[in-house]
Structure formats: structure tokens, C-alpha cells
Ligand binder design. Structure first.
Ligand code: NAP
Length: 266
């Protein structure tokens, strides 16, 4: 199927690693010119080099999105790279959160800035141009921790709920402009960070290796009807569909990609 993405221009925040990197590579394969973002130049360049090696078009924009000046710089550099941004994927974020017992109010606020206001900064900077072009896509990467909040990740879960919520108000705000706004909410995904977690889990539970730890987790706390972790390239495929002109009627949605982990109708 031709997703009609050829020639579009995307900024994928947090594409220096993990899910964001997979989204950037996936969009680039569909002919999208991608702006790779992170705070670390080496990690961001490594993703950009992978896009270029695969025959795609890539540029790099660096900056900390948890403050206004960093957000403004990323938006300016990203728009300058290919002339404008048609597709904004707000993926950057962190799950570093010590839960109800360990996080101070200040840490809740800082996480909100990093995971939520980061997206707001780029939305406010980049959607005016999308309006002028009468076309655009804004996609927030949420989490299964929104519909199924975790006490050990209480602040993180709340930030993901906020992203899903602002998606709907923004879709209403941009009604009739040709811009759609959606949240894509993954379950636990097979990234380097998960493998690191599985390594620690294996040694603390007397398990042989990462594979044994992963199976124990999938059979236990991470049980889902699909009985597997989410793969980053599966999230990339869903992003590509939502970002494409063929996704014009997907709007204001929260699309779960969690193997059925969230046990609700929607
Ligand atoms: N992995 C999962 O199982 C899972 C499940 C559900 C949802 N998610 C969500 O998916 C997204 C990506 O997760 P991931 O596991 O791929 O994460 P990751 O590998 O840790 O990558 C996080 C990315 O965000 C960037 N970032 C973090 N804080 C930033 C800040 N203050 N300013 C600018 N950039 C910042 C990092 O840039 P640097 O290179 O500078 O560090 C990195 O590129 C996150 O929003 C996460 O909440 C993940």
C-alpha cells in the first residue's frame, strides 16, 4: 500500500534511541524527510546516519525540551532543516519516577515539564505553519500506564494521561484545519532499556538470562492476550498509518498498541 507520505517532513522528538529511533527509520522508509532529535549529538547522529545509510533524508536538531529556550531552539532548527514540519511526533520522555513513596512534589512538576509541556512547546511553535499549509499531523506517544496507572510510576502515569487529554482538546481546537491530533499508547516495548531491566530482574530473581526474565515477566506482571512485548517497528508502522493522508479520519483518538494488556473496551 502506498501511504502517500513521500515528500512529507517530520520531527520525531527523542529519536536518538528506542521507540523514537524506530519511528524515524520507519517514516524515512516511506519517503519522509526526518529530523532526528535528542540531547546527545553522538546518539542523534547515529540515528541520522542509519536513515542516510538506508537511502533516506535526515537532519539533526538538538535540545532539552524541558525548558522554553530548548524547545524554541529545537522547533526553529527542525523547521529550518527541510523548510517546515508537516508531521510532529512527540515521543521524547522519561519514565524515571520513584512513585508515590519516593517522588517529591518538585519531581512531579519536573516530570510534567519533561513529558507534557515539552510537547506543548513544539505544538505551539509548529502547528501555525501546518495551519497555513492546511495539512498536518501531531502524534503524542502515550503509554498503557495512562489507562492502567502504576503506583510505582504514579507521576509518569499521570503525565501520559495528560498527553492523551490534551490530544483531544487540540483536535477540537484545530477542527477543520486539515491537521489531525492523536495519541499512540504502547505497552511495554522491547527496547535496550527493557533489556537492561530484564538483566537486573534476572540477577535479582535467580534466572538464567534475559530471555528467561522476559518470559517470566510476560507470563506474570506483563501478561497480555498477545503474550509478547511490543516491537518498536510495530509502533513505527502505526505512526506511519496515522501520519499518512490515508489517516485523515483518525482524529482525537488514543490508539492502544499493547497486545491487549489494557483490559478495557477502549
Ligand atoms: N519503552 C517502553 O516500554 C515504553 C512503553 C510505553 C511508552 N513509552 C514511551 O515512549 C517514548 C520513548 O520511550 P523509549 O523507551 O524509546 O525511551 P528512551 O530509549 O529512553 O529514549 C528517550 C528519548 O527521549 C529523549 N529525551 C528524554 N528526556 C528529554 C528531554 N528532557 N529533552 C529532550 N529529549 C529528551 C532522549 O534523548 P537523549 O538521547 O538526549 O537521552 C531519547 O531520545 C517515551 O515517551 C516513553 O514514555 C515507552
Amino acid at each position: 500500500m502506498d501511504l502517500q507520505l513521500q515528500g512529507k517532513r517530520a520531527l520525531i522528538t527523542g529519536s536518538s534511541s528506542g521507540i523514537g529511533r524506530a519511528i524515524a527509520l520507519g517514516l524515512a522508509r516511506e519517503g519522509v524527510a526526518v529530523v532526528i532529535h535528542g540531547r546527545d549529538i553522538e546518539r542523534a547522529r547515529a540515528t541520522a546516519d542509519a536513515v542516510l545509510a538506508a537511502g533516506g533524508a535526515a537532519a539533526v536538531a538538538l535540545g532539552d525540551l524541558s525548558n522554553d529556550s530548548g524547545g524554541a531552539r529545537v522547533a526553529t532548527d527542525a523547521a529550518a532543516a527541510f523548510g517546515a514540519i508537516d508531521i510532529l511526533v512527540n515521543n521524547s520522555g522519561t519514565a524515571q519516577d520513584a512513585g508515590w513513596s519516593g517522588s517529591t512534589p518538585g519531581e512531579w512538576l519536573a516530570l510534567y515539564d519533561t513529558n507534557v509541556v515539552s510537547a506543548v512547546r513544539l505544538i505551539q511553535a509548529l502547528t501555525p505553519r501546518m495551519r497555513k499549509n492546511s495539512w498536518g499531523r501531531v502524534i503524542q506517544i502515550g503509554s498503557a500506564a495512562n489507562p492502567n496507572p502504576l503506583p510505582a510510576k504514579a507521576a509518569y502515569s499521570a503525565t501520559k494521561a495528560a498527553l492523551a487529554n490534551l490530544t483531544v482538546s487540540l483536535a477540537k481546537e484545530l477542527a477543520g484545519t486539515g491537521i489531525t491530533v492523536n495519541t499512540i499508547s504502547p505497552g511495554v516495548t522491547s527496547t535496550d532499556a527493557f533489556r537492561e531491566f530484564a538483566r537486573t530482574f534476572a540477577s535479582s530473581h535467580g534466572l538464567q538470562d534475559i530471555e528467561a526474565a522476559t518470559r517470566t515477566l510476560i507470563d506474570g506482571p506483563l501478561a497480555s492476550p498477545s503474550a509478547r512485548l511490543v516491537e518498536p517497528n510495530e509502533i513505527a508502522a502505526l505512526v506511519a498509518i496515522v501520519a499518512s493522508p490515508l489517516g485523515a479520519s483518525i482524529n482525537g483518538a488514543n490508539l492502544r498498541i499493547d497486545g491487549g494488556f489494557t483490559p478495557t473496551v477502549n
